[in-house]
Design a protein around this ligand. Structure first.
Ligand code: PHE
Ligand code: FE
Length: 287
Protein backbone atom coordinates (compact mmCIF):
# COMPACT_ATOMS: atom_id res chain seq x y z
CA UNK A 1 0.00 0.00 0.00
CA UNK A 2 0.99 3.57 -0.38
CA UNK A 3 0.05 5.16 2.91
CA UNK A 4 2.76 5.74 5.52
CA UNK A 5 1.53 5.17 9.07
CA UNK A 6 3.09 5.75 12.48
CA UNK A 7 6.72 4.88 13.17
CA UNK A 8 8.18 2.66 10.51
CA UNK A 9 8.62 -0.98 11.22
CA UNK A 10 11.31 -3.06 9.55
CA UNK A 11 15.09 -2.94 9.42
CA UNK A 12 16.31 -0.04 7.31
CA UNK A 13 19.95 -0.40 8.39
CA UNK A 14 21.07 -2.75 5.60
CA UNK A 15 19.33 -1.19 2.65
CA UNK A 16 20.91 0.01 -0.56
CA UNK A 17 20.58 3.53 -1.91
CA UNK A 18 17.36 2.62 -3.72
CA UNK A 19 15.90 1.25 -0.45
CA UNK A 20 16.13 -2.36 -1.59
CA UNK A 21 17.35 -5.21 0.60
CA UNK A 22 18.08 -8.88 0.10
CA UNK A 23 15.10 -11.06 0.89
CA UNK A 24 17.35 -13.40 2.94
CA UNK A 25 14.91 -16.26 2.57
CA UNK A 26 17.01 -18.63 4.69
CA UNK A 27 16.46 -16.38 7.72
CA UNK A 28 12.68 -16.87 7.92
CA UNK A 29 11.68 -19.17 10.76
CA UNK A 30 9.58 -22.29 10.39
CA UNK A 31 6.81 -20.51 12.30
CA UNK A 32 6.84 -17.67 9.78
CA UNK A 33 6.62 -20.04 6.83
CA UNK A 34 3.75 -21.81 8.53
CA UNK A 35 1.97 -18.52 9.23
CA UNK A 36 2.29 -17.45 5.59
CA UNK A 37 1.06 -20.86 4.44
CA UNK A 38 -2.02 -20.52 6.66
CA UNK A 39 -2.70 -16.99 5.42
CA UNK A 40 -2.37 -18.09 1.80
CA UNK A 41 -4.50 -21.20 2.28
CA UNK A 42 -7.30 -19.35 4.00
CA UNK A 43 -7.31 -16.67 1.35
CA UNK A 44 -7.07 -19.12 -1.56
CA UNK A 45 -10.27 -20.80 -0.43
CA UNK A 46 -12.12 -17.49 -0.80
CA UNK A 47 -10.97 -16.52 -4.28
CA UNK A 48 -13.50 -18.33 -6.42
CA UNK A 49 -16.34 -16.01 -7.32
CA UNK A 50 -14.55 -13.04 -5.74
CA UNK A 51 -11.09 -12.61 -7.27
CA UNK A 52 -10.77 -11.70 -10.94
CA UNK A 53 -9.68 -14.45 -13.34
CA UNK A 54 -6.26 -12.88 -13.89
CA UNK A 55 -5.47 -13.16 -10.19
CA UNK A 56 -6.68 -16.74 -9.90
CA UNK A 57 -4.81 -17.70 -13.04
CA UNK A 58 -1.44 -16.67 -11.63
CA UNK A 59 -1.59 -16.86 -7.85
CA UNK A 60 -0.95 -20.60 -7.58
CA UNK A 61 2.04 -20.63 -9.92
CA UNK A 62 3.66 -17.83 -7.91
CA UNK A 63 3.11 -19.53 -4.57
CA UNK A 64 5.95 -21.24 -2.76
CA UNK A 65 5.81 -23.58 0.17
CA UNK A 66 5.48 -20.94 2.86
CA UNK A 67 6.98 -17.53 2.21
CA UNK A 68 7.81 -17.47 -1.51
CA UNK A 69 11.30 -16.87 -2.81
CA UNK A 70 11.38 -13.61 -4.72
CA UNK A 71 13.87 -14.97 -7.24
CA UNK A 72 11.48 -17.76 -8.23
CA UNK A 73 8.69 -15.26 -8.84
CA UNK A 74 11.07 -13.06 -10.78
CA UNK A 75 11.78 -15.81 -13.29
CA UNK A 76 8.04 -16.06 -14.04
CA UNK A 77 7.49 -12.31 -14.06
CA UNK A 78 10.41 -11.72 -16.35
CA UNK A 79 8.95 -14.04 -18.94
CA UNK A 80 5.39 -12.73 -18.64
CA UNK A 81 5.77 -8.95 -18.46
CA UNK A 82 9.37 -8.05 -17.73
CA UNK A 83 8.51 -6.95 -14.19
CA UNK A 84 10.68 -7.80 -11.20
CA UNK A 85 10.02 -7.64 -7.51
CA UNK A 86 12.60 -6.16 -5.17
CA UNK A 87 12.78 -6.63 -1.41
CA UNK A 88 12.30 -3.54 0.78
CA UNK A 89 12.41 -3.09 4.58
CA UNK A 90 8.87 -1.68 4.63
CA UNK A 91 7.30 1.57 3.48
CA UNK A 92 9.63 3.68 1.38
CA UNK A 93 9.54 7.35 0.30
CA UNK A 94 7.10 8.22 -2.47
CA UNK A 95 9.72 9.27 -4.99
CA UNK A 96 11.66 6.04 -4.49
CA UNK A 97 8.47 3.97 -4.79
CA UNK A 98 7.46 5.73 -8.02
CA UNK A 99 10.91 5.31 -9.54
CA UNK A 100 10.79 1.58 -8.92
CA UNK A 101 7.37 1.29 -10.56
CA UNK A 102 8.44 3.41 -13.51
CA UNK A 103 11.24 0.89 -14.04
CA UNK A 104 8.94 -2.13 -13.72
CA UNK A 105 10.16 -3.06 -10.26
CA UNK A 106 7.60 -3.73 -7.56
CA UNK A 107 8.81 -3.23 -3.98
CA UNK A 108 7.82 -6.11 -1.70
CA UNK A 109 8.21 -5.87 2.08
CA UNK A 110 10.41 -8.72 3.35
CA UNK A 111 8.94 -9.21 6.84
CA UNK A 112 5.80 -11.11 7.80
CA UNK A 113 3.08 -9.96 10.20
CA UNK A 114 2.96 -11.24 13.78
CA UNK A 115 0.50 -13.94 14.89
CA UNK A 116 -1.77 -11.34 16.53
CA UNK A 117 -2.00 -9.52 13.19
CA UNK A 118 -3.25 -12.57 11.34
CA UNK A 119 -6.59 -11.00 10.43
CA UNK A 120 -5.69 -7.38 10.16
CA UNK A 121 -2.56 -5.33 9.61
CA UNK A 122 -2.24 -1.62 8.85
CA UNK A 123 1.20 -1.66 7.27
CA UNK A 124 1.94 -3.81 4.24
CA UNK A 125 3.90 -7.00 4.97
CA UNK A 126 5.18 -9.73 2.66
CA UNK A 127 1.80 -11.42 2.57
CA UNK A 128 -0.06 -8.32 1.44
CA UNK A 129 2.64 -7.25 -0.99
CA UNK A 130 3.36 -10.63 -2.52
CA UNK A 131 0.07 -12.49 -2.38
CA UNK A 132 -2.01 -9.39 -3.11
CA UNK A 133 0.03 -7.51 -5.68
CA UNK A 134 2.28 -9.87 -7.61
CA UNK A 135 -0.29 -12.00 -9.49
CA UNK A 136 -1.65 -9.00 -11.42
CA UNK A 137 1.90 -8.07 -12.46
CA UNK A 138 1.69 -11.13 -14.70
CA UNK A 139 -1.05 -9.41 -16.74
CA UNK A 140 0.47 -7.30 -19.56
CA UNK A 141 -2.09 -4.48 -19.52
CA UNK A 142 -2.19 -4.13 -15.77
CA UNK A 143 1.61 -4.29 -15.72
CA UNK A 144 1.77 -1.39 -18.18
CA UNK A 145 -0.76 0.58 -16.13
CA UNK A 146 1.37 0.25 -13.03
CA UNK A 147 4.49 1.39 -14.83
CA UNK A 148 2.63 4.43 -16.17
CA UNK A 149 1.37 5.07 -12.68
CA UNK A 150 4.97 5.21 -11.49
CA UNK A 151 5.85 7.72 -14.17
CA UNK A 152 2.76 9.70 -13.27
CA UNK A 153 3.84 9.68 -9.64
CA UNK A 154 7.13 11.34 -10.42
CA UNK A 155 5.18 13.94 -12.37
CA UNK A 156 2.63 14.40 -9.61
CA UNK A 157 5.37 15.14 -7.10
CA UNK A 158 6.44 18.09 -9.22
CA UNK A 159 2.85 19.27 -9.79
CA UNK A 160 1.44 18.99 -6.26
CA UNK A 161 -0.82 16.17 -7.42
CA UNK A 162 0.35 13.45 -5.05
CA UNK A 163 -2.78 13.35 -2.90
CA UNK A 164 -5.03 12.96 -5.94
CA UNK A 165 -2.84 10.32 -7.51
CA UNK A 166 -2.69 8.39 -4.24
CA UNK A 167 -6.50 8.15 -4.36
CA UNK A 168 -6.30 6.61 -7.81
CA UNK A 169 -3.88 3.97 -6.51
CA UNK A 170 -6.06 3.31 -3.51
CA UNK A 171 -9.27 2.85 -5.50
CA UNK A 172 -7.70 0.77 -8.27
CA UNK A 173 -4.50 -1.10 -7.35
CA UNK A 174 -5.56 -1.61 -3.72
CA UNK A 175 -9.37 -1.69 -3.69
CA UNK A 176 -10.53 -1.94 -7.29
CA UNK A 177 -13.49 -3.96 -8.57
CA UNK A 178 -13.92 -5.15 -12.14
CA UNK A 179 -17.12 -5.94 -14.01
CA UNK A 180 -16.75 -9.26 -15.83
CA UNK A 181 -18.99 -11.57 -17.84
CA UNK A 182 -19.40 -13.67 -14.71
CA UNK A 183 -20.24 -10.74 -12.46
CA UNK A 184 -18.32 -8.34 -10.25
CA UNK A 185 -14.87 -9.41 -9.11
CA UNK A 186 -11.96 -7.73 -7.35
CA UNK A 187 -8.44 -7.08 -8.59
CA UNK A 188 -7.36 -4.90 -5.64
CA UNK A 189 -4.46 -6.15 -3.54
CA UNK A 190 -5.81 -4.62 -0.33
CA UNK A 191 -8.95 -6.69 -0.78
CA UNK A 192 -7.31 -9.85 -2.12
CA UNK A 193 -5.02 -10.07 0.92
CA UNK A 194 -7.84 -9.39 3.40
CA UNK A 195 -9.84 -12.25 4.89
CA UNK A 196 -12.82 -10.01 5.61
CA UNK A 197 -12.96 -7.44 2.88
CA UNK A 198 -12.85 -9.94 0.01
CA UNK A 199 -16.35 -11.06 1.00
CA UNK A 200 -17.56 -7.65 2.17
CA UNK A 201 -16.69 -5.83 -1.05
CA UNK A 202 -19.05 -8.00 -3.11
CA UNK A 203 -21.53 -9.46 -0.64
CA UNK A 204 -22.35 -6.52 1.59
CA UNK A 205 -25.11 -4.11 0.66
CA UNK A 206 -23.43 -1.38 2.72
CA UNK A 207 -20.76 -0.02 0.36
CA UNK A 208 -21.43 2.00 -2.78
CA UNK A 209 -20.14 0.51 -6.02
CA UNK A 210 -19.62 3.27 -8.52
CA UNK A 211 -18.53 3.00 -12.15
CA UNK A 212 -14.96 4.19 -12.57
CA UNK A 213 -14.68 7.86 -13.40
CA UNK A 214 -11.19 9.29 -13.19
CA UNK A 215 -12.06 12.70 -11.78
CA UNK A 216 -14.62 11.24 -9.35
CA UNK A 217 -11.97 8.84 -8.04
CA UNK A 218 -9.37 11.54 -7.58
CA UNK A 219 -11.90 13.67 -5.71
CA UNK A 220 -12.77 10.90 -3.25
CA UNK A 221 -11.17 10.62 0.18
CA UNK A 222 -10.48 7.23 1.69
CA UNK A 223 -10.22 5.55 5.06
CA UNK A 224 -7.28 3.29 5.78
CA UNK A 225 -8.55 1.85 9.07
CA UNK A 226 -11.76 0.06 8.05
CA UNK A 227 -13.52 -1.59 5.12
CA UNK A 228 -14.13 0.84 2.28
CA UNK A 229 -17.44 2.69 1.96
CA UNK A 230 -17.06 3.13 -1.78
CA UNK A 231 -15.53 0.91 -4.46
CA UNK A 232 -14.98 1.94 -8.06
CA UNK A 233 -15.71 -0.56 -10.81
CA UNK A 234 -13.71 -0.77 -14.03
CA UNK A 235 -14.84 -2.65 -17.14
CA UNK A 236 -11.37 -3.79 -18.15
CA UNK A 237 -7.69 -3.11 -17.58
CA UNK A 238 -7.70 -1.56 -21.04
CA UNK A 239 -10.25 0.99 -19.89
CA UNK A 240 -8.12 1.76 -16.85
CA UNK A 241 -5.01 2.13 -18.95
CA UNK A 242 -6.61 4.37 -21.55
CA UNK A 243 -8.55 6.61 -19.19
CA UNK A 244 -5.40 7.34 -17.23
CA UNK A 245 -3.21 7.90 -20.30
CA UNK A 246 -4.14 11.59 -20.63
CA UNK A 247 -1.97 14.32 -19.19
CA UNK A 248 -2.94 14.80 -15.53
CA UNK A 249 -1.46 18.29 -15.20
CA UNK A 250 -4.69 20.10 -16.15
CA UNK A 251 -6.69 17.63 -14.06
CA UNK A 252 -4.68 18.45 -10.93
CA UNK A 253 -5.32 22.13 -11.57
CA UNK A 254 -9.06 21.53 -11.83
CA UNK A 255 -9.13 19.24 -8.81
CA UNK A 256 -7.74 21.95 -6.58
CA UNK A 257 -10.90 23.97 -7.19
CA UNK A 258 -13.25 21.00 -6.70
CA UNK A 259 -14.57 19.78 -3.35
CA UNK A 260 -13.40 16.46 -1.94
CA UNK A 261 -16.02 13.75 -1.77
CA UNK A 262 -16.72 11.84 1.42
CA UNK A 263 -16.46 8.11 0.69
CA UNK A 264 -19.68 7.39 2.56
CA UNK A 265 -21.88 9.33 0.13
CA UNK A 266 -22.75 9.15 -3.54
CA UNK A 267 -22.98 12.24 -5.72
CA UNK A 268 -25.00 13.38 -8.70
CA UNK A 269 -23.67 11.76 -11.84
CA UNK A 270 -22.54 8.54 -10.17
CA UNK A 271 -23.35 5.43 -12.16
CA UNK A 272 -24.09 2.88 -9.46
CA UNK A 273 -23.38 -0.76 -10.22
CA UNK A 274 -26.08 -3.09 -8.92
CA UNK A 275 -24.93 -5.55 -6.30
CA UNK A 276 -25.98 -8.55 -8.35
CA UNK A 277 -23.31 -11.17 -8.61
CA UNK A 278 -24.44 -12.87 -11.84
CA UNK A 279 -26.27 -10.49 -14.07
CA UNK A 280 -25.05 -11.27 -17.54
CA UNK A 281 -28.54 -12.26 -18.65
CA UNK A 282 -30.04 -9.07 -17.23
CA UNK A 283 -27.52 -6.96 -19.06
CA UNK A 284 -28.18 -8.86 -22.29
CA UNK A 285 -31.92 -8.41 -22.15
CA UNK A 286 -31.48 -4.71 -21.48
CA UNK A 287 -29.25 -4.30 -24.51
N1 PHE B 1 -1.22 10.11 -17.44
C1 PHE B 1 -0.79 10.46 -16.12
C2 PHE B 1 -0.10 11.84 -16.09
O1 PHE B 1 0.04 12.47 -17.07
C3 PHE B 1 0.16 9.42 -15.60
C4 PHE B 1 -0.57 8.24 -15.07
C5 PHE B 1 -0.71 7.09 -15.82
C6 PHE B 1 -1.08 8.28 -13.80
C7 PHE B 1 -1.39 6.00 -15.31
C8 PHE B 1 -1.76 7.21 -13.31
C9 PHE B 1 -1.92 6.07 -14.05
O2 PHE B 1 0.29 12.27 -15.04
FE1 FE C 1 -0.44 -2.58 -1.34
Amino acid sequence: MLKPENPLRGDYSQMREDYTVEQNWAAYTAAEHERYRRLAERQSRKLSGYACDEFIEHVAALAGDGIPRFEDANALLDRATGWQIVGVPGLIPDDVFFRHLANRRFPVTVWLRKPEEFDYIVEPDVFHDFFGHVPLLMNPVFADYLQEYGRGGMKALALGGLGYLARLYWYTVEFGLIDTQQGLRTYGAGILSSGGEILHCLDSSAPHRVRFDLMRVMQTEYRIDRFQDTYFVIDSYNQLFHETAQDFAPLYARLQALPSIDPSVTVAGDALVPQVRHYESIRRSAA
